[in-house]
Design a binder for this molecule. Structure first.
Ligand code: CA
Length: 398
């Protein structure tokens, strides 16, 4: 899958959950070399030519910083407004408009072939690599070998390493550099995503996501979004205003209603007028009841296939809207609230359990079950049940 990392923004990734000791001892260069020797027969059995293997992994370097990043990736989170300030900054919008102008012919051909709007493809490009400017400079094979050897998600990264070696064996890449977890190229594909979704759009016989020319990478991104069901002409979501007395039990991605039902409940676009009907949708409050509200449509779930973090999905969707000339988010955010640390998120879940609610485990992830448990707790306390895991909620649980 794809991992968000553009040097500027990082949301949660869709890597599998880590298993085992978080404070395991750090590996070494000698350990990596021994691992590579043991891995060689497995790679050859998987079809990697010996000459490719030996040339590609000769002198591969253990990268301690990659392991550190892997261990700590869930430690820090941003509030959605802090994230969007960076992800959809005035600069990134302006550069996006220029990127679309500069690549208009290419993006229009991609839109015609894959049915994904040029602004949406540009937005993914903008968030993943700042429109090709920050594609990552870590050796992909070194990162993947380090993570495969280091063990915490060994099987996952070994499979990615074998896919990466197939890319090398096929002569698709010259300089194979990327971000810390092995995602690379203009739109930060993992090697397995390259295998499943990369296309040779410029027809040179190579599916090259890494060179200066972004054609293959942007078409591959459109191909990926089309595969997961992107519907051209439909928004990812719309910013809406909720009426006074709105029943906050009706929020979250789990409550899906036809637009007519939302209209009947008094939901209206912030821009005025009547909600357009783009099929069934849900109300999302990414910053709780005091922040912006969005009516989200099926294309939201398509962007989710790139990265599951709501902030990321809204970032892509909103950046695309802004590149298209749309307005900034109208609502204010509760900027006085800070994000909970990992320790606090775990404590919140522990205390929810103690108070008789089910947050779906104590892992520090604010998933749908935790949101539901926070809502139930808020209701029991007579608060607005928006499900937002704030410091206020944690304080009340203490
Ligand atoms: Ca090509």
């Amino acid at each position: 899958m794809l991992v968000v990392w553009a040097g500027l923004v990082q949301a949660q990734t869709i890597l599998p959950d880590p298993v085992g000791g978080e404070m395991a001892e750090m590996g070494t260069q000698e350990g990596l070399e021994a691992w590579v020797a043991a891995f060689r027969p497995r790679a050859l059995a998987a079809g990697i030519p010996a000459a490719t293997f030996d040339a590609a992994l000769r002198g591969v370097a253990f990268n301690a910083s990659v392991v550190e990043r892997d261990r700590n990736q869930n430690e820090f989170t941003k509030t959605v407004w802090d994230y969007l300030d960076t992800a959809v900054s005035a600069d990134r919008v302006a550069l996006g408009i220029k990127a679309v102008d500069r690549n208009r012919d290419l993006l229009e051909r991609i839109e015609a072939e894959y049915g994904v709007e040029k602004e949406v493809v540009a937005a993914v490009w903008g968030l993943e690599s700042a429109y090709g400017t920050y594609r990552g400079d870590l050796p992909v094979l070194g990162s993947l070998a380090t993570l495969a050897y280091e063990g915490r998600r060994g099987a996952f990264f070994e499979a990615e390493l074998i896919a990466a070696l197939r890319i090398v064996a096929g002569g698709h890449v010259e300089s194979f550099a990327g971000s810390w977890a092995g995602a690379s190229g203009h739109t930060q594909f993992m090697p397995s995503s390259w295998e499943d979704f990369a296309v040779d759009f410029d027809g040179d016989g190579k599916r090259n996501l890494w060179g200066e020319d972004p054609a293959d990478a942007l078409a591959s991104t459109a191909n990926y979004l089309r595969h997961w069901g992107w519907t051209k002409g439909q928004p990812w979501g719309l910013e809406v205003r909720l009426p006074k007395g709105f029943d906050y039990d009706q929020t979250t991605e789990r409550v899906v209603k036809p637009v007519a039902d939302w209209v009947a409940l008094g939901v209206a676009p912030v821009a005025g007028g009547v909600l357009p009907d783009h099929g069934p949708g849900s109300i999302l409050l990414p910053g709780g009841a005091r922040g912006a509200a969005f009516l989200i449509f099926p294309n939201f779930q398509v962007i989710e296939k790139y990265n599951t973090a709501d902030a990321y999905i809204i970032g892509i969707g909103h950046l695309a809207d802004r590149i298209k000339g749309g307005p900034p988010i109208a609502a204010t955010w509760p900027r006085e609230l800070r994000a909970l640390t990992l320790e606090e998120r775990r404590e919140l879940q522990e205390r929810l359990v103690q108070a008789g609610f089910d947050p779906g485990g104590v892992d520090g992830r604010m998933g749908p079950k935790t949101v539901a448990a926070v809502k139930a707790f808020q209701k029991a306390k007579g608060l607005v049940p928006d499900g937002y895991p704030s410091l206020e909620v944690l304080t009340l649980l203490r």
